[in-house]
Design a protein around this ligand. Structure first.
Ligand SMILES: NC(=O)c1ccc[n+]([C@@H]2O[C@H](COP(=O)([O-])OP(=O)(O)OC[C@H]3O[C@@H](n4cnc5c(N)ncnc54)[C@H](OP(=O)(O)O)[C@@H]3O)[C@@H](O)[C@H]2O)c1
Length: 344
């Protein structure tokens, strides 16, 4: 058994609380929000585990968070990073069954983070990984895949066609693939011409280019034909509002991301009154708080089965060592088709 050191390297937040801004997940220079530090290795308390990190993913939520623009406050000096995979090397009372297991996890302890050599989290968020799951897939096993499963579940309860924005995102591709496998018809929105074929192959029934001058005419025609009632939207800008306005009665605009910094203006309030349309949000954290453990376990098992047999894979665009995160993160994020992974 390898000894656990007293201190570790971590990428920590330099900001505290909320920034009061809304600038989207783009990062110009990670040194504005993060620094590399030596910290004591955290100790697991009751129901918690200590994980030696193998790999951590960089999600848009991490970028919103370190900028102080996410749904929970930053803690200055605490490591960043919500998600990753690693080996359980110590456990608190009640979590002994996870000792020695390789797990996927999200961090639930606000003073801990996955962009570090070690992280502590609640044992409940840990998913023991099957041997055939790679560390790359393990490090991106929860946030996007669980969200994809939960949101496609919402969509399928409301008809067979649904709309997905930012469909080149990892989550967008997972939802297109899942939708196709369930016999649904995902209508994908992308902003780059090169992405059309990629998203079509991923499982979209239709792909629209948001930069096309006639995109709204194309969407209106598809909407009349396919009658999508759910819009799963990660962009949440003015075009999103127009898409929602062109959807049929009873349509639901479910905003789950804010990739665009543009605040949309509502132009069709009457549709909420006379057409039964609704605007909602989705946050995995709330879903986890409100979905019974057996429901979550079913979703986690299905997620892992899909990665194990190759129906889902994690595209990796870059790998960064912990020591290089502050200087290299902004550059690594420039390539948008895939995840940046952090390795201790
Ligand atoms: N609410 C929740 O619980 C929850 C859970 C998980 C994820 N999310 C959200 O889901 C979204 C996708 O996450 P991810 O990890 O899959 O992302 P990702 O793989 O990092 O990809 C981000 C994608 O966003 C696209 N993009 C960036 N800015 C855009 C803009 N202004 N307009 C249109 N497209 C834009 C990029 O498209 P190009 O390829 O064209 O550059 C890129 O493909 C994020 O907003 C994230 O916060 C929410």
């Amino acid at each position: 058994m390898t000894e656990i050191p007293e201190t570790m390297t971590a990428v920590v937040q330099t900001g505290d609380g909320y920034a009061g801004t809304s600038t989207g997940p783009a990062i110009a220079d990670a040194a504005l929000h993060l620094e590399c530090a030596r910290l004591p290795v955290p100790q697991p308390e009751q129901g918690q585990v200590l994980i030696r990190m193998r790999m951590a993913s960089v999600n848009p939520s991490d970028l919103h968070f370190i900028k102080g623009e996410y749904g929970q406050p930053r803690i200055k000096g605490a490591p960043a990073g919500f998600e990753g995979c690693g080996d359980v090397v110590a456990t608190g009372n009640g979590a002994e069954s996870l000792q020695g297991r390789r797990v996927a996890f999200v961090v639930t302890v606000p003073t801990s983070g996955a962009w570090a050599e070690y992280a502590v989290t609640s044992a409940q968020t840990c998913v023991p990984l099957r041997p055939e799951i790679s560390d790359e897939d393990g490090a991106a096993q929860i946030v996007n895949p669980m969200t994809a499963m939960a949101m496609v579940d919402i969509a399928r309860a409301d008809g067979d066609a649904f709309v997905v924005s930012a469909a080149t995102s990892q989550l967008g591709k997972l939802m297109c693939a899942l939708g196709r496998d369930l016999g649904l018809k995902p209508i994908a929105l992308v902003r780059r011409t090169e992405a059309v074929g990629i998203v079509k192959r991923a499982g979209a029934a239709e792909v629209l280019l948001t930069t096309a001058p006639d995109v709204m005419d194309q969407f209106a025609s598809l909407s009349r034909q396919m009658k999508p009632r759910v819009f799963l939207d990660a962009v949440s800008d003015q075009l999103s509002e127009q898409i929602f306005a062109a959807m049929p009665k009873d349509a639901r605009w479910i905003s789950y991301g804010k990739l665009s910094a543009e605040p949309p203006k509502l132009t069709q309030m009457g549709q909420l009154i006379f057409m039964g349309k609704r605007i909602e949000g989705f946050w995995l954290t709330r879903w986890m708080q409100t979905t019974p453990p057996e429901g979550q376990a079913r979703v986690a098992a299905e997620v892992q089965a899909r990665f194990a047999d190759g129906r889902w894979t994690t595209d990796v665009s870059a790998r960064l060592r912990l020591d290089d995160v502050v200087s290299g993160l902004a550059k690594a994020l420039e390539k948008t088709d895939g995840k940046v992974m952090i390795i201790p």
